[in-house]
Design a protein around this ligand. Structure first.
Ligand SMILES: C[S@@+](CC[C@H](N)C(=O)[O-])C[C@H]1O[C@@H](n2cnc3c(N)ncnc32)[C@H](O)[C@@H]1O
Length: 241
């Protein structure tokens, strides 16, 4: 690092800006299908949210003050769209970095006439820091995050103590952080991190995992996992302070 970039880094740190050193994703430049491209063009003006908008007024975004559920890393958006459809009395925000996934989600939402869903195409860590007000979310969902299998990559796992604290700030008191994974070692990691994170209560009676809730839609990905004999672990932690 040269002197000028070093001092820029130090200055940003002094100003309390976030400095991301490790990201939880690798951006893949997948091609958009025609349908995804058309959905992005048609639906982005009404359903897309931009990082550059800064802190959101959620009542203004949705035109009502219903509870807001935020999902990080929605993939192709299957379960997010289904949940938005099944819960019209709640508002949903999805964040995903993979553009074809965002296109697929919008295409699906448009086909189903969903109006209570908005999406970001951006890094969720930056969106949480810059666009979501503290104490504003009823629920935060993180379903099947990239497991980063190799030990040397574990630092890339999105669930870390600092992340848990950031999520806690964004949840209302009584709000829930719901995680699911099919990778046992990541489930153990999530449990360890979340049990150590202050201000949360595990909703599991045994202080470990909760039964799979019916309201979490079964995706193709999870169905395939079941066929292959994989386990799935759900964790739900409530913000208590
Ligand atoms: C293994 S996939 C799971 C997708 C979906 N939740 C599902 O269950 O099918 C993880 C997704 O998280 C996204 N992702 C990882 N880190 C992210 C971040 N910091 N911000 C937004 N999306 C992220 C990836 O692009 C990927 O699509």
């Amino acid at each position: 690092m040269n002197e000028s970039s070093k001092s820029a880094l130090e200055q940003a740190q002094e100003e309390g800006k976030y400095i991301r050193k490790v990201r939880s994703f690798v951006k893949r430049e997948g091609r958009l299908t025609k349908g995804q491209a058309a959905a992005l063009e048609k639906c982005w003006p009404s359903m897309g949210l931009e990082h550059t908008q800064g802190l959101l007024d959620l009542t203004e975004v949705f035109g009502n003050s219903n509870d807001v559920v935020l999902e990080i890393g929605f993939g192709m958006g299957k379960s997010l769209v289904e949940m938005a459809k099944n819960n019209p009395e709640q508002n949903f925000i999805g964040i995903e970095v993979h553009r074809p996934g965002v296109g697929a989600c919008l295409m699906d939402a448009d086909e189903q006439g969903i109006t209570n869903l908005r999406v970001f195409e951006h890094d969720a860590v930056e969106i949480l820091a810059d666009c979501i007000a503290d104490g504003s979310l009823a629920k935060l969902q993180l379903f099947f995050p990239d497991p980063w299998h190799k030990k040397r990559h574990h630092k890339r796992r999105i669930v870390q103590l600092e992340f848990a604290e950031k999520i806690r700030q964004k949840l209302k008191i009584g709000g829930v952080f719901h995680m699911a994974t099919d990778w046992e070692n990541y489930a153990e990691h999530m449990l360890e991190v979340m049990s150590a994170a202050p201000g949360y209560k595990n909703q599991s009676q045994n202080n470990d995992y909760v039964p799979r809730p019916d309201f979490r839609p079964l995706t193709k990905f999870e169905q395939r996992g079941h066929r292959l004999g994989h386990g799935v672990w759900d964790l739900m932690f409530e913000r208590i302070s």
